[in-house]
Design a protein around this ligand. Structure first.
Ligand SMILES: C=C(O[C@H]1C=CC=C(C(=O)O)[C@@H]1O)C(=O)O
Length: 368
């Protein structure tokens, strides 16, 4: 399906497609050595409504808007091995971020309004976000993508472009859904703390069992697990499922709480059904889902577009690998817009929620 290339040939194709304004996506799935790419052979904008098509899907947060597809039948597919060379941390100074103080003031008001909304209605959670502009006069697409690949091994790292939509890049730690034949896997990911080198690195670097979590984060993450399990139970068409204990996982400079959920699907359940059950999960929206979504659409004073939507391989040889579009950014003229948010509960502290978005923004700032 994917033709082999050298990584430099693949990067040259990316550069050429971007310069000549042709649609493409290049991506590397978590813990894989291979970068894959779809290069669409025309400039049409295709949608998928039923998720029965084969290709690469790029879906917005708001399901009322269309999901974009690079159809396999209209694309050239390439793959290349990426050898990870140590990427030197080149942390951009936060002082380069424009309007930090006014962004802080408006985010704090948004979080306070979110807490009032939860208290008044006795709701559990709402995820509130913002975008942050960074001047990008010297932006180099291939170099930025290489840095993302080199920095975030266990993320889905991608660069997606369509001349009628724009350029998006990201390194997301969150799987929305993996379906292979009649098996599925998803995760409940939420709760954040900053990873501190000496405090958090134990004997085995991949084992963060000793990390302590506050009640707010434990509850915030449990809402996501409960929601996913309730949705599947409600659907009544799951044959069997397995649920892990919540555990700590590292994503760049951050730690999150994660529960893995997997199982078997019965044949009546289509991919569209499962996507509708899950998306948007309370990792990016809230509980109850519709009320939280309405609050987000009415109160966040910007458009999330594809942030907190989902993206990935759709029906490739019986397999779909979809990820939630987090830790992402968009190039708009000479500015990079970074998208960041966090889960708000009754126990949230607005100042801490602001700091959490700043910590999350560093995932992207590091590669700019
Ligand atoms: C909404 C985001 O992260 C979600 C995923 C993991 C942890 C989260 C949190 O702790 O709030 C969020 O639910 C984001 O990165 O913009």
């Amino acid at each position: 399906m994917f033709e082999n290339k050298s990584i430099n040939e693949l990067f040259a194709k990316v550069q050429q497609a971007f310069e000549t304004k042709k649609p493409f996506v290049v991506y590397r799935q978590p813990d894989s050595d291979f970068v894959k790419g779809f290069f669409q052979t025309n400039n049409d904008l295709y949608n998928t409504k039923d998720y029965l098509d084969s290709g690469f899907v790029f879906a917005p947060f708001d399901t009322a808007l269309p999901s974009i597809l690079f159809p396999i039948s209209e694309s050239q597919l390439y793959t290349a091995k990426f050898i990870n060379t140590f990427f030197k941390d080149n942390q951009k100074d936060l002082s380069l971020v424009s309007n930090l103080e006014s962004s802080k003031a408006s985010h704090i008001v948004l979080v306070e309004d979110g807490i009032k909304f939860l208290e008044k209605n006795n709701y559990k959670k709402v995820v509130l976000s913002r975008k942050q502009a960074i001047p990008a006069t010297e932006f180099n697409l291939v170099e930025t993508f290489k840095k993302l690949l080199g920095s975030y091994n266990n993320a889905l790292v991608y660069c997606w472009f369509h001349p009628k939509v724009g350029l998006w890049l990201g390194a997301t730690p969150e799987t929305l859904l993996k379906v292979h034949k009649n098996t599925f896997a998803t995760m409940a990911l939420a709760g954040t703390q900053v990873y501190i080198e000496n405090k958090n690195s134990s004997i085995d670097d991949s084992d963060y069992n000793d990390v302590k979590w506050e009640a707010k984060e434990i509850t915030e993450q449990k809402h996501v697990t409960d929601f996913i399990l309730e949705q599947f139970e409600k659907s009544g068409v799951l044959n069997d499922f397995r649920v892990s204990k919540p555990y700590t996982t590292k994503a760049g400079n951050l730690l999150h709480l994660r529960t893995d959920i997997s199982g078997e699907l019965s044949p009546e359940l289509t991919l569209k059904n499962i996507i509708n059950l899950l998306h948007p999960t309370p990792a990016v929206c809230g509980v109850p889902k519709q009320e939280a979504k309405d609050f987000i659409l009415q109160n966040e004073n910007y458009n999330r577009e594809f942030y907190t939507g989902f993206l990935g391989e759709l029906n490739l040889a019986g397999t779909s690998n979809l990820y939630v579009n987090l830790r992402c950014m968009q190039l708009i003229k000479n500015t990079i817009e970074i998208y960041i948010g966090g889960g708000i509960t009754n126990d949230s502290n607005p100042e801490n929620e602001w700091e959490e978005t700043v910590a999350k923004s560093k995932v992207m700032l590091k590669v700019l």
